[in-house]
Each structure stands twice: as structure tokens, then as C-alpha cells.
Design a protein around this ligand. Structure first.
Ligand SMILES: [Zn+2]
Ligand SMILES: [Zn+2]
Length: 114
């Protein structure tokens, strides 16, 4: 039973938006890849589907295509962005909020789940 979810993913370094693919494994959503192609800033999300559960990384995740960051964070504004786990702070490329990375992601808004 393969289930995937797609959502917008922003690079903290180049500030571009790409599409992330999450794989549903058991009760976990694992980030498996982020597409190389960027999507236009003004592109609207076709829908919002709430994904709940725990969120992690697929073992073969190659890193952010924009900067190679190994992890990701969800900002209070709801946007998903890349994050280097070697740093303790993050600046959101969408809203500019800067803060310490803490806690766990409880839900994410996907464009589509299929
Ligand atoms: Zn990045
Ligand atoms: Zn934000």
C-alpha cells in the first residue's frame, strides 16, 4: 500500500519553491525527495489536505536540491523549508521568522495525497 503526498518545499538558501514527496510508511510520513524543478512564486496550491502522524526522513533522501541541507522544518506560518541539522536556528524563507528549531512536526498541509 504505497501512499504519497506532495507539498511545497522552500529552500532556506536560494528561497525557491520546489515540490517535496513524502512516503507514508506505517504511521510515519518520510520525506523521500524534493524535485529539482522550481515552481513559480505565484502558483497556488490546488488543495490542502492535512497529513497527520509522525514525520521523518527516508533513509535515501538525497538532500535539498537548492543547498544540500539534510533535514526540514515547518514554520509557525505553516510553510515547509529545508534546514541543516548542523545548525540550531532557522530563518523561514517564507515569512522571515528566525528562531531555534525545536519540537516535532505534528501535521503538514499537502497539496495532494495519492
Ligand atoms: Zn535548501
Ligand atoms: Zn514562516
Amino acid at each position: 500500500m504505497a501512499e504519497n503526498a506532495w507539498l511545497n518545499f522552500r529552500c532556506e538558501t536560494d528561497k525557491k519553491t520546489r515540490i517535496a514527496t513524502f512516503r507514508h510508511v506505517g504511521s510515519e510520513w518520510l520525506l523521500s525527495e524534493v524535485g529539482a524543478d522550481t515552481v513559480p512564486e505565484e502558483a497556488t496550491m490546488p488543495g490542502r489536505v492535512t497529513m497527520t502522524g509522525s514525520f521523518g526522513m527516508a533513509g535515501d533522501y538525497p538532500g535539498c536540491p537548492g543547498c544540500g541541507a539534510d533535514k526540514y522544518v515547518r514554520c509557525h506560518c505553516g510553510e515547509l523549508a529545508c534546514w541543516r541539522s548542523t545548525t540550531t536556528h532557522h530563518t523561514c524563507p517564507s515569512c522571515g521568522n528566525h528562531g531555534k528549531v525545536e519540537g516535532a512536526i505534528a501535521s503538514l498541509d499537502a497539496m495532494e495525497i495519492g
